[in-house]
Design a binder for this molecule. Structure first.
Ligand code: BES
Ligand code: ZN
Ligand code: ZN
Length: 506
């Protein structure tokens, strides 16, 4: 899909979208001025029919089949997140009507600051709404009804608008690539396939990708990853991506993504209904891969590392068992009490590995717990952080972009609940309460430096804790009704991470 800024519509028949708020009259939308007198008269006549409710779309055809008009209701709001939703509705309506190109009024709204970001959102949401997972579908004879071109009619040329749209499209495309990856069935999206996907095209973007195979994972001593992958005929992979475009002296931002390509639960097998959709249990990994790609395509001048431990969690004669004690890269042992709490087990190794980069900040992203969904529903990811400012920043970006996260408690008090009986840490809590929190507290044990000499470093100063945040994205793994997006993977939190990568400075 392309979004092209234009001073006026390219043709007299180009379908047009009018975003109509309750306060506005259709004739006051500048796009109205580009219509011919007959079209204007028609729209004036049907004024009442064209009066759309919030989030509603109506389609009209001007006399003589001249031009299709889509009117999208924006209610009282004509700002913020509504822009994204309204754009999604417009694109989805266009797809349904088999309209493959349209124009909309994109002149700079009054009182709008941050013009570039506004257009970024417009383009990103348009691209997101245009996505459908059709890789496995036979195309109809006339092809899939995607929108190919959107004309952003601006009245006068503006560099800022063009730049915002260009950037938004990149972000939208990477979100969609993440969705495509996550939607791909588990039979095809194995740890090896995920690694191959990470490699493909990364070098051209200045991303150095290294794939560790099973032998190397063993050599390093990543017992968590090895343990979880034991039951599968698919060997594990550890994906390392380095995009180092910042000053040499700057410590990198490290992103870590859960890459469970299929989660059956292992020997603690999930019930049938819960296994469905578990091919998307690598959504965190997919988001990390594509957030780095977005940053690279946006030419962000930062040092960024992405780590994705990729495994398949299967029940078999060779599976890891409840009661197993796994020695992780950190040296700590994990007491496996439930093979279905596998994400934290592989992330333990990845977080320890993250530390070897001397990171300025570490963010892990994982479809970690059903409990996060129980707590928050499906509209917010759960956010945990050992640094207030970092957590607040991520939540603020979430609100700004609509790719939202809500803060949850991280307190050492909970450590009691994951103390192992025969190992250092147990992979589930003692009760079933606060499952998202115990998951986060478990991960915390592998980022925290609690070795005996950790209170002081060589220079005698207190050791600095690594700022870390954990995003449990299970709540936002899939799209929901009313988001005006195709069924399946939601692509969270690519938008959030991309913005973070651009803005964060340690
Ligand atoms: N991948 C699941 C969590 C999940 C559930 C993600 C639903 C998205 C949608 C994770 O590995 C898991 O099974 N977690 C267990 C943890 C429990 C055994 C402590 C859960 O949430 O039930
Ligand atoms: Zn699981
Ligand atoms: Zn899982």
């Amino acid at each position: 899909m392309k979004i092209i800024p234009r001073t006026k519509p390219s043709s007299a028949t180009l379908p047009l979208v009018f975003f109509l708020s309750q306060k506005n009259a259709i004739r006051r939308i500048p796009l109205f001025g580009f219509l011919n007198p007959m079209e204007r008269e028609y729209l004036e006549q049907i004024k009442e029919q064209a009066d759309v409710k919030e989030k509603e779309a109506k389609v009209f055809v001007t006399p003589g089949n001249a031009r299709k008009i889509i009117v999208v209701g924006t209610g009282k709001v004509s700002a913020g997140i509504m822009t994204g939703i309204a754009m999604r509705i417009a694109v989805q309506t266009a797809k349904r009507e088999k309209i493959n190109s349209f124009g909309f009024w994109a002149g700079i709204p009054k009182k709008r600051n941050g013009t570039k970001k506004f257009y970024e959102a417009v383009a990103a949401h348009a691209a997101m709404a245009n996505f459908e997972f059709v890789k496995y579908k036979t195309p109809p004879p006339e092809g899939f009804p995607f929108v190919e071109e959107i004309e952003a009619i601006t009245g006068k040329p503006s560099k800022e608008i063009a730049e915002g749209l260009r950037r938004g499209l990149i972000i939208g495309e990477e979100i969609n690539a993440c969705r495509e990856l996550a939607n791909t069935p588990g039979g095809d999206m194995t740890p090896r396939a995920l690694a191959t996907h990470a490699v493909a095209g990364s070098e051209e973007l200045g991303i150095r990708t290294t794939i560790l195979d099973e032998k190397k994972i063993k050599e390093l001593g990543m017992g968590g990853i090895l343990g979880v992958s034991k039951g599968s005929v698919e060997p594990p992979r550890f994906i390392i991506q380095e995009y180092m475009r910042g000053p040499k002296t700057k410590k990198p931002i490290v992103l870590v993504g859960k890459g469970v390509t299929f989660d059956t639960g292992g020997l603690n097998l999930k019930p049938s209904s819960a296994i469905y959709e578990m091919h998307m249990d690598m959504s965190g990994g997919a988001a990390v891969i594509h957030a780095i790609r977005a940053a690279a395509r946006l030419k962000v001048k930062k040092n960024i590392v992405g780590l994705v431990p990729a495994v398949e969690n299967m029940p078999s004669g060779s599976s890891y068992r409840p009661g197993d004690l796994l020695r992780t890269l950190s040296g700590k042992t994990i007491e496996v009490l439930d093979t279905d709490a596998e994400g934290r087990v592989i992330l333990a190794d990845a977080l320890s590995y993250a530390k070897t980069f001397d990171p300025s900040v570490v963010i892990d992203v994982a479809t970690l717990t059903g409990a996060a969904m129980a707590a928050l529903g499906q509209r917010y990811s759960a956010l945990f952080s050992n640094e207030k400012k970092l957590g607040a920043r991520l939540c603020a970006i979430g609100e700004e972009t609509g790719d939202r996260a809500w803060p949850m408690p991280l307190s050492a008090d909970y450590e009691e609940e994951i103390k192992g009986t025969f190992g250092d840490v147990a992979n589930v809590g003692k009760t079933r309460y606060g499952g998202a929190i115990t998951g986060a507290v478990f991960l915390w044990q592998f980022i925290k430096d609690d070795s005996p000499d950790s209170t002081q470093n060589k220079s005698g100063k207190p050791a600095k804790t690594i700022p870390w945040a954990h995003l449990d994205i299970a709540p936002r793994m899939t799209t929901i009704e009313g988001e005006y997006l195709a069924k399946g993977a939601a692509g969270a939190p690519v938008m959030l991470l991309t913005r973070f990568l651009e803005e964060y400075s340690s």
